[in-house]
Write a protein that binds this ligand. Structure first.
Ligand code: FCB
Length: 385
C-alpha cells in the first residue's frame, strides 16, 4: 500500500505556448532569440500537433493538462484580434474536456507581443489596461476552464527584465539575480488583479503561479534571508491572498548567507540546468506558501528535473511527491500536481535541458513517452505513490 492522495487530486503535465508551439513570430522573444545560444524555431510543432499531445496525456493516465494561450497570437498587432487563433485555443480547451482532461490555462508565460514590448512592455503606464483588454478578449474561449493562471512567475519575469536591462541574459534560477524593479513588480501585481477582476465577471477561478526558490538561511542569516526573499518572492505570494488558488513552482533551493545568495556547493549533485538536485524543494515550497497564504488552495503548477537520465527523473519526482504528501499531511491544502514538462521543449535559449516526460524528435516531431511518463501515469491511476 503506497502513500495515498486525496480523492479528486489532479495529476497532470505542464507546458507553455512559446516553448512548444513553434514560430511564435509576433512575440517579443522571437527576434531576441538570435542573441541566445539556440532559437525556438518550429519548437515541438505543438501548434499543429496539440491533439497528439492531449492524446498522450490521456493515454498515460493523467487527468490534467496545463497549456498556454499566446497573447502575441491573439493580438499580433495592437487592437487587432486574430479570430482564427482564438478559435484554435477554444478547440484546445474543448479537446481537453472531450478527453476528460482538466484544462489548466495560462494567459501569460514570459512572452508578450512585440508591439507591447516596443511600447515599454510592463514598464509602460498603459500595460495594465492592455493586459486587461487581452484578458477580456479571451474570456469567451475559457468557458469550462476551472483553473486559469493569469501570469506565470511574475517574480522571474521581473528579474529577467531587470537582468536584460543591465545587459546580462543569464537564464535559470533567479537566486543570484538582482532583485526585480519594484515598480515593475507593482505593475505586474496590478495586471494580475485586473485580470482576476475580468475573469471573475465570467465566474472563472484564477490565480498566479510563483517561482519558489526555497531561500534557506545559512549560518543563522535569517534576517538576511527574509530581506532577500521579500522583493523576489514573498511580496508576490502575499499578493495572492484572497485569490481562488495559488500556483507553486519549485525545482531547487537557494541558500542565503550574510552577503546574499551562495553558490551551489562544490561537489553537490546538479541537474542539466546547473541547479542543485534537490527534490525536497517541492515540500518546502508548499509549506512556505501554505504558511504565507492560509486559506488559499494550492495547485502545484510546475515541478520537475532537467536530466538525460530518465531513471533520475523518477527518483527526483518520487522524492518530490513524498515531500509534497508530507506537507499535505501537515495541513497544506494542495489540489493537484502538474509535472514540468510534458515534452522536451525549448528552455528559453537552449534545447539542452530536457525536462520532458516525453521526448520529441527535432526533425520529425515524433513523440516518444519515456519510462518516467508511464511511471507518473501509474501513480496517477493509483492516486498513490
Ligand atoms: C520555470 C518556467 C518554465 C520552465 C521551467 C524549467 O521557471 O516557468 O517555463 O522553463 O522553469
Amino acid at each position: 500500500m503506497g502513500i495515498a492522495f486525496p480523492e479528486g487530486f489532479l495529476w497532470g503535465a505542464a507546458s507553455s505556448a512559446h516553448q512548444i508551439e513553434g514560430n511564435n513570430v509576433a512575440s517579443d522573444l522571437w527576434g531576441l532569440e538570435s542573441r541566445l545560444p539556440e532559437r525556438s524555431g518550429d519548437a515541438c510543432d505543438s501548434y499543429h500537433r496539440w491533439p497528439e499531445d492531449l492524446d498522450l496525456v490521456r493515454d498515460l493516465g493523467l487527468s490534467a493538462y496545463r497549456f498556454g494561450i499566446e497573447w502575441a497570437r491573439i493580438e499580433p498587432v495592437e487592437g487587432e484580434v486574430s479570430r482564427a487563433h482564438l478559435a484554435h485555443y477554444r478547440r484546445m480547451v474543448e479537446g481537453c474536456l472531450e478527453r476528460g482532461l482538466t484544462p489548466v490555462v495560462t494567459l501569460h508565460h514570459f512572452t508578450s507581443p512585440l508591439w507591447f514590448q516596443r511600447e515599454g512592455g510592463w514598464r509602460s503606464g498603459t500595460a495594465v489596461e492592455r493586459f486587461r483588454r487581452y484578458v477580456r478578449t479571451v474570456l469567451p474561449i475559457l468557458d469550462g476552464v476551472s483553473w486559469v493562471c493569469t501570469i506565470n512567475e511574475p517574480n522571474m519575469l521581473a528579474m529577467m527584465a531587470e537582468a536584460m536591462r543591465n545587459g546580462h541574459h543569464e537564464g535559470g534560477v533567479a537566486g543570484a539575480m538582482a532583485a526585480p524593479d519594484q515598480a515593475m513588480a507593482d505593475t505586474l501585481t496590478d495586471a494580475h488583479r485586473a485580470a482576476r477582476e475580468e475573469l471573475g465577471t465570467a465566474g472563472l477561478r484564477s490565480g498566479w503561479t510563483i517561482a519558489n526558490q526555497n531561500f534557506q538561511a545559512e549560518d543563522g542569516a535569517q534576517a538576511e534571508r527574509d530581506a532577500w526573499a521579500w522583493p523576489r518572492e514573498d511580496r508576490f505570494l502575499d499578493a495572492a491572498s484572497g485569490d481562488d488558488f495559488v500556483g507553486v513552482q519549485a525545482y531547487t533551493r537557494v541558500r542565503i548567507g550574510r552577503d546574499g545568495a551562495l553558490p551551489v556547493p562544490d561537489g553537490a549533485r546538479r541537474t542539466l540546468t546547473g541547479w542543485e538536485f534537490y527534490p525536497g524543494a517541492l515540500g518546502d515550497a508548499v509549506r512556505h506558501t501554505a504558511r504565507r497564504l492560509p486559506g488559499v488552495p494550492i495547485l502545484v503548477t510546475e515541478n520537475g528535473v532537467a536530466t538525460g537520465d530518465d531513471a533520475e527523473r523518477v527518483e527526483y519526482t518520487r522524492a518530490a511527491l513524498a515531500g509534497l504528501h508530507a506537507a499535505m499531511a501537515d495541513g497544506a491544502d494542495v489540489r493537484g500536481y502538474l509535472h514540468w514538462s510534458l515534452l522536451d521543449n525549448y528552455e528559453w535559449g537552449s534545447w539542452a535541458p530536457t525536462f520532458g516526460l516525453v521526448s520529441v524528435d527535432r526533425e520529425t516531431f515524433a513523440r516518444d513517452a519515456k519510462p518516467s511518463a508511464r511511471w507518473l501515469g501509474d501513480v496517477a491511476r493509483a492516486n498513490a505513490l
